[in-house]
Design a protein around this ligand. Structure first.
Ligand code: GRF
Length: 189
């Protein structure tokens, strides 16, 4: 029997990092998190990752510019031996050059049923449209925002008394179930 080593995953975050925590909880034979990187050194998720003993990298692009910032991130990813990247609440657009370097190896979780509601304020837009369901999607990252191949989706109901916040909480719980499941499938491809 041949055994396949776990895929080496870097997770990029900007804030709370609850999806990163869900990915960390599910790591094992399929994948291991080899780096948690953030563009915000004060990101709450980064502190959590450090407490867990996960390798971390933090650098703000402020003052150094995007090309230098991304070059440093790329260097940290390669030093960590990352094979693929999972964006988890990473609030910056990656440059075309960065996406090209990691073509087909970056995925993202987005809080809508793509192709609906790309970009921000997804929950308020779904409620305003009178949609009966909302949800989340995991997709391959390409140069175009939230437009790459969708690898998995999860639906939740929208209740009549929902606000953007109550809906966001319901969707977030679905995100935490969906993202590890899709990542495990993605690393096998
Ligand atoms: C999630 O809703 C995710 O879908 C979106 O940003 C949010 C990040 O939350 N891209 P967290 O940092 O994972 O808690």
């Amino acid at each position: 029997m041949t055994t396949v080593a776990p895929a080496r995953i870097a997770v990029l975050i900007s804030g709370r990092g609850s999806n990163m925590q869900a990915l960390a909880a599910a790591q094992g034979d399929a994948y291991r998190i080899v780096l948690v990187a953030s563009d915000r050194p004060d990101a709450a998720g980064l502190a959590w990752a450090r407490e867990q003993g996960l390798p971390t990298f933090a650098l703000s692009p402020k003052g150094i510019g995007k090309p230098a910032y991304e070059a440093e991130v790329d260097r940290a990813l390669r030093e960590a031996g990352a094979e693929r990247i999972a964006l988890a609440g990473y609030m910056r657009l990656l440059s075309d050059a960065f996406v090209a370097r990691w073509r087909g190896r970056i995925i993202n979780i987005h809080p809508s049923l793509l192709p609906k509601y790309k970009g921000l304020d997804t929950h308020a837009r779904a409620i305003a449209a009178g949609d009966p369901v909302a949800g989340c999607s995991v997709h391959v990252v390409t140069e175009e925002l939230d437009a790459g191949t969708v690898l998995g989706r999860a639906e939740v109901p929208i209740h009549p008394d929902d606000t953007a916040d109550t809906l966001a909480a319901r969707v977030l719980a679905a995100e935490h179930r969906l993202y590890p499941t899709v990542l495990k499938e993605f690393v096998r491809t």
